[in-house]
Design a protein around this ligand. Structure first.
Ligand code: NAX
Length: 330
């Protein structure tokens, strides 16, 4: 049997945590043969909820689950961690982006230091809490000894939502659609790009763009459907999405650690290296393939003028978030 990996989930008493924890314990994230020890972190006002969530996790009687720690102590939570899923953060309040960024800078600064000092030196981190890209950037800045390629942010939910939109439009199984791209920022202006996506039609991989044959739809409704999907769910469920977010977290980590299938890429927020003219020093979502725990940005895709405009606008948005984050009083 493999040695257990220690998985930290911050904000574990929250909505996504509730859906995610049993998935991790069941092997949906790291594999059905990978034992795990779960560290759940939340803040003092939610300490009791956290204990309740832990009790349910224990009652799942998961053979892969070798231990659970539920704590409000960030240092205890970060000890020996191999994989860190950062769901915890200051909640969004309408039209107060600066406040949101500042509150999260304080949180991510402290958690970065704790991870740097107490986690495994090769710990892999996924930031989910919004603003996810900028929180990931702060974490990277304040944990300089964690390799920069180990710090990523979530755009996989948007990626999966985009795959579903295409599958519904073409009336095909979502498992046959691949190679969507979510570029840039996980924000209300996010850009799903289907220009390079394909559908397995049984006889081969055909271009989504050609099959749909409606650039207007791809450049309007398709984009807004993905952008507003979260709000559409809130309206229907009267709660924000949780299980789809948890699934996408598992997808992100599983593909990163165990590898993407040949010929398939996925979207991940990663530290930019100048690819596609995006300036280095941002956490920007790119199409990536993964092998043996390492991601690499898919190179050489043709970018049309429409996509270029969206990619640049999202870059500007991230530069602005970064500026605000860096103006946080040190
Ligand atoms: P909840 O508000 O249900 O849970 C957040 C939890 O974090 C709470 O239990 C809270 O007590 C805890 N928390 C707050 N500060 C903390 C700290 N300093 N240390 C540890 N825990 C702390 O939110 P939930 O619906 O679970 O969503 C979690 C985060 O994911 C939110 O920031 C949300 O905006 C973000 N999302 C990001 C997505 C993405 O694609 N990147 C999609 C899903 C989700 O909306």
């Amino acid at each position: 049997e493999k040695d257990p990996l220690i998985v930290l989930v911050t904000g574990a008493a929250g909505q996504i945590g509730y859906a995610l924890l049993p998935m991790i314990a069941r092997g949906a994230m790291l594999g059905r043969d990978q034992p795990v020890i779960i560290h759940m972190l939340d803040i003092e006002p939610n300490a009791e909820t956290l204990i309740g969530v832990k009790m349910e996790l224990m009652d799942g009687a998961f053979p892969l689950l070798k231990g659970v720690i539920a704590t409000t102590d960030v240092i205890e939570a970060c000890k020996g961690v191999d994989v860190a899923i950062m769901l915890g953060g200051f909640p969004h309040r309408k039209d107060d982006n600066k406040d949101l960024i500042f509150s999260n800078v304080a949180i991510y600064k402290a958690q970065a230091s704790a991870l740097e000092q107490h986690a495994d030196p090769d710990c892999k981190v996924l930031v989910v809490a919004n603003p996810a890209n900028t929180n990931a950037l702060i974490l990277k800045e304040y944990a300089p000894s964690i390799p920069e390629e180990n710090i990523t942010s979530l755009t996989r939910l948007d990626h999966n939502r985009a795959l579903n939109q295409i599958a519904e439009k073409l009336n095909v199984n979502v498992g046959d659609v691949k190679n969507i791209i979510i570029w840039g920022n996980h924000s209300s202006n996010l850009y799903p790009d289907a220009n390079h996506a394909t559908v397995n039609t049984g006889v081969g991989h055909e271009s989504v763009k050609e099959l749909i044959d409606d650039d207007h739809w791809l450049n309007t409704n398709f984009i807004t459907n993905v952008q507003t999907r979260g709000q559409t769910i809130v309206k229907a469920r009267r709660l924000s999405c949780a299980s789809s977010a948890a699934i996408s977290v598992c997808d992100h980590m599983r593909d990163w650690i165990l590898g993407t299938p040949t010929g398939t890429w996925v979207s991940m927020g990663v530290y930019s290296d100048g690819s596609y003219g995006i300036q280095p020093g941002l956490i920007y979502s790119f199409p990536v393939t993964c092998e043996k725990g390492e991601w690499s940005i898919v190179q050489g895709l043709k970018i049309d003028e429409f996509a270029r405009g969206k990619m640049d606008a999202l870059q500007r948005e991230l530069i602005e978030e970064k500026r605000v984050a860096y103006s946080y009083p040190h």
